[in-house]
Design a protein around this ligand. Structure first.
Ligand SMILES: NC(=O)c1ccc[n+]([C@@H]2O[C@H](COP(=O)([O-])OP(=O)(O)OC[C@H]3O[C@@H](n4cnc5c(N)ncnc54)[C@H](OP(=O)(O)O)[C@@H]3O)[C@@H](O)[C@H]2O)c1
Length: 328
C-alpha cells in the first residue's frame, strides 16, 4: 500500500510554464528508458513513488517508449492503478506521438489519422480519460502543419488533452506551429527540445522564440543520456545505458576527448559540493527561459541525487567561465 509523503512539496521548486496557468516542477521524470517491459516492475514502481515523494509531479511518456513500444505507458498505467491514482489531480502526465508506432502508412509522423488514433491508444494503456499534455513528437515535413496542429486543437476540444506541445521542432517551424495553434484558440503550452552542456542548439534562436511567444521549455536528456554524470568516470558499467543493449548510447560515444571534459566538469562540480549530474542540471536551470529539466533514471538513487541539485542552483561568473572553457 503506497501512501504519498506528507513532505512531498517541502523541497521541490516550481516554475510557471510560459504564459500559462500551469506550474511545472523544476525537475521532471521521463520514462523513455528503464521503464519498459523488460525492466522489473518493482524498480519502476520504486522510482515513481520516490519521485512523487520528492515533489516530482510531472511524468513524461510517449506512445513508443518501451521496449516494446507502448510498454512504458502500460507500466505507468499499472503504477497509477496500484499507487498513484488517488493523487491524479497532483500529477501532470504527458505523452506524445510522431515516431514509428504501428505498421502501415497511419502509424507514424503527423497526420490527423495517426495522432488521433495514437492518443486514444495511449489513454487506454494509461487507463486515463485525459492526459495533461499531448505533444507532436517531431515535425513532419510531408503533412501540412495546419493538419497536425488542427489535430492537437481537436484533442483539447474533445477533453482528451488539457494542453498541447511540440518536440524537436526547429525555430522557424516552431514559430509557424505556435501561430497556427494560437489562431485556433489552443495556445502552445510547451516545447520539448534536447538541451545539455553537450548539446546547445536551443541557444541559437529557439529559446528567444519561446520567450517571445510565451511558450515554456522543458529540456530533455539534460545529462546527455548519462554522460554528464559520474557513470562513466571509471569505465563503462554493464548496467549502464552505454554498456547495455540500448541503441541510443554506445561505448564509442565516450571518446577520450569527451571523457577528459567530463572529468574536468566533475572536478568543478566537486568544488561546488555537487555531483556532476547535479551541476549539469543546475547549469540548465540557471537559464531562466527553461521551465523544467526532464531527467531519466535507472534507480532510485539517481532521482534523489538529481533532485538535490535544487539546493545549489547559483553559479558565479568564474564558474560559468570555467564551464565555457572546458566545453570549448
Ligand atoms: N522528445 C524527445 O524526442 C525525447 C528524446 C529523448 C528523451 N526524451 C525525454 O527525456 C527523458 C530523459 O532522457 P534521458 O534518459 O536521455 O535523460 P538524461 O537525464 O540525460 O539521462 C538519464 C540517464 O543518466 C543516468 N543518471 C541519471 N541520474 C544520474 C545520477 N544522479 N548519477 C549518475 N547517473 C545518473 C542514468 O543512466 P543509466 O541508465 O545508464 O544508469 C539515466 O538513465 C526521457 O525519459 C524522455 O521523457 C524526449
Amino acid at each position: 500500500m503506497y501512501n504519498a509523503s506528507d513532505n512531498r512539496y517541502v523541497n521541490m521548486k516550481f516554475n510557471r510554464c510560459g504564459r500559462s496557468g500551469l506550474l511545472l516542477p523544476m525537475i521532471s521524470l521521463g520514462l523513455w528508458q528503464n521503464f519498459g517491459g523488460g525492466n522489473p516492475f518493482e524498480n519502476s514502481r520504486a522510482m515513481l513513488r520516490r519521485a512523487f515523494d520528492l515533489g516530482i509531479t510531472h511524468f513524461d511518456l510517449a506512445n513508443n517508449y518501451g521496449p516494446p513500444p507502448g510498454a512504458a505507458e502500460q507500466v505507468f498505467g499499472r503504477a497509477l492503478r496500484e499507487d498513484l491514482l488517488p493523487w491524479r489531480d497532483e500529477l501532470v502526465i504527458s505523452t506524445k506521438a510522431g515516431y514509428d508506432m504501428w505498421p502501415g502508412p497511419y502509424g507514424s509522423w503527423g497526420s490527423n489519422k495517426y495522432l488521433t488514433a495514437s492518443l486514444d491508444q495511449s489513454l487506454q494503456r494509461l487507463g486515463l480519460d485525459y492526459v495533461d499534455i499531448f505533444y507532436h513528437h517531431r515535425p513532419d515535413p510531408a503533412t501540412p502543419l495546419d493538419e497536425t496542429m488542427g489535430a492537437l486543437d481537436r484533442m483539447v476540444r474533445q477533453g482528451k488533452a488539457l494542453y498541447v506541445g511540440l518536440s524537436n521542432y526547429r525555430p522557424a517551424e516552431a514559430g509557424r506551429a505556435v501561430g497556427i495553434l494560437r489562431a485556433l484558440g489552443t495556445p502552445c503550452l510547451i516545447h520539448q527540445p534536447r538541451y545539455s552542456m553537450l548539446d546547445r542548439w536551443v541557444e541559437e534562436g529557439l529559446l528567444d522564440l519561446l520567450e517571445k511567444e510565451g511558450v515554456g521549455a522543458i529540456a530533455f536528456s539534460p545529462l546527455a543520456k548519462g554522460m554528464l554524470t559520474n557513470r562513466y568516470l571509471e569505465g563503462i558499467p554493464p548496467d549502464s545505458r552505454a554498456g547495455g543493449p540500448s541503441v541510443f548510447l554506445h561505448p564509442e560515444d565516450l571518446t577520450d576527448t569527451l571523457l577528459a571534459k567530463i572529468r574536468k566538469l566533475d572536478h568543478l562540480a566537486a568544488t561546488r559540493g555537487q555531483s556532476l549530474a547535479q551541476m549539469a542540471i543546475a547549469w540548465i536551470l540557471h537559464e531562466p527561459r527553461i521551465t523544467s529539466v526532464l531527467i531519466g533514471a535507472s534507480r532510485v538513487s539517481h532521482i534523489e541525487d538529481c533532485v538535490a541539485a535544487l539546493t545549489n542552483l547559483a553559479f558565479d561568473e568564474t564558474e560559468l567561465d570555467e564551464i565555457e572553457t572546458i566545453l570549448s
